[in-house]
Design a protein around this ligand. Structure first.
Ligand code: SF4
Length: 341
């Protein structure tokens, strides 16, 4: 039997950091001591909000932001701190705002657009974004193991459709899977000849950069795929030296690094914030890709930015940035055959 101490020593850094995430209990303590970490919610509301969509915040991020200015801290944490507005119902909000369920071909595979499919690999994320478009997604019986057991039927679907050339690993966050599990999945996909590109959508490089382990880099770079890593960063204050090092390691092994942001009221809906984000992403080796309009999931209306304001911000970015630094403004419409630009 492996002694407990030795076992703990083998726990990867990223898992330890994930395990130290702040959850409901820590926020309740914070509310009781009147500290800054509660959004504007009291203890009873925190429990109610947590019940609708559990709280998970990265501890290191909150510590790092504490050293910066209070406006930036508030803007960044607004994405992750529960807010009483989440409890207000809004007629425009939907449990499945982007039509994922209707586009489900198996329990873990979504096929919306030509030539590519999206595989739900896990129900777990390194942090919970309060504006999440999949906050009510019916993950199969909400167990990662049960999701994995559905990969077989998803792989059969991909194998049978020769028009496909790209698989997107999503979730949840695909990097929540262990390196071994992810390698197994990548190898299974490699066996499907018509798949040429593997794309991963992940919040880990920004939130827990140590997730980019040498084993993971080895698996991705040794596959026959063109690999694209799409990060999810909404504010330049989420960038860090550790993230830049992780991106540099990915680029060294040939992984293309792009970023998708969501335009969020009170977080990044200012021209200076967006211009700085694009410039600093580029300085970190990442190309801006999409700026998404909010998907109207339940409890997210307080994040909405109007189309008019979004157009104004895009115009400002076009004036101030080189074309390759201007992300595409995109809206995902349930049932449409492409994103709307
Ligand atoms: S990382 Fe993506 S899937 Fe996970 S909570 Fe945030 S928006 Fe939702």
């Amino acid at each position: 039997m492996i002694p407990r101490k030795a076992e703990a020593e083998h726990t990867p850094t990223w898992k330890k950091e994930f395990a130290s995430s702040l959850r409901l209990a820590e926020l309740v303590k914070s509310a009781e001591s009147n500290s800054q970490l509660t959004g504007n919610s009291d203890v009873a509301e925190l429990a109610e909000i947590n019940n609708a969509f559990p709280i998970r915040i990265n501890k290191k991020l909150t510590e790092r932001l504490r050293k910066g200015d209070s406006d930036t801290r508030e803007r960044v944490l607004r994405q992750y701190l529960p807010h009483s507005d989440e409890l207000k119902s809004n007629p425009n909000e939907l449990q499945d705002p982007v039509g994922d369920v209707a586009a489900g071909k198996t329990q873990s595979l979504i096929h919306k657009y030509q030539h590519r499919v999206l595989l739900i690999t896990t129900d777990t994320c390194p942090i919970h974004c309060r504006y999440c478009f999949r906050r009510d997604y019916p993950y199969p019986q909400t167990s990662s193991q049960q999701i994995e057991s559905r990969w077989g039927e998803a792989l059969d679907y991909i194998r049978a459709d020769q028009s496909l050339n790209e698989v997107i690993l999503s979730g949840g966050d695909p990097l929540s899977l262990d390196d071994e599990k992810l390698t197994e999945l990548i190898q299974a996909l490699e066996g499907i000849e018509h798949i040429k590109t593997l794309r991963l959508h992940s919040k880990y490089p920004a939130i827990i950069p140590s997730r980019i382990t040498s084993k993971l880099l080895h698996s991705l770079s040794n596959s026959r795929f063109d690999v694209v890593m799409v990060l999810h960063i909404n504010h330049a204050a989420e960038l860090s030296k550790e993230l830049t090092a992780a991106v540099s390691a990915m680029r060294e092994v040939g992984i293309h690094c792009l970023n998708q942001s969501v335009l969020l009221h009170g977080v990044n809906d200012e021209i200076d914030t967006l211009v700085t984000l694009s410039r600093e992403l580029f300085a970190s080796g990442i190309l801006p890709y999409y700026l998404h309009l909010l998907d109207r999931a339940t409890g997210t209306a307080h994040f909405e930015v109007s189309q008019e304001r979004a157009d104004e911000l895009m115009q400002g970015m076009k004036q101030r940035l080189a074309g390759y630094l201007v992300p595409k403004l995109a809206r995902e419409v349930a049932g449409a055959d492409s994103k709307q630009y």
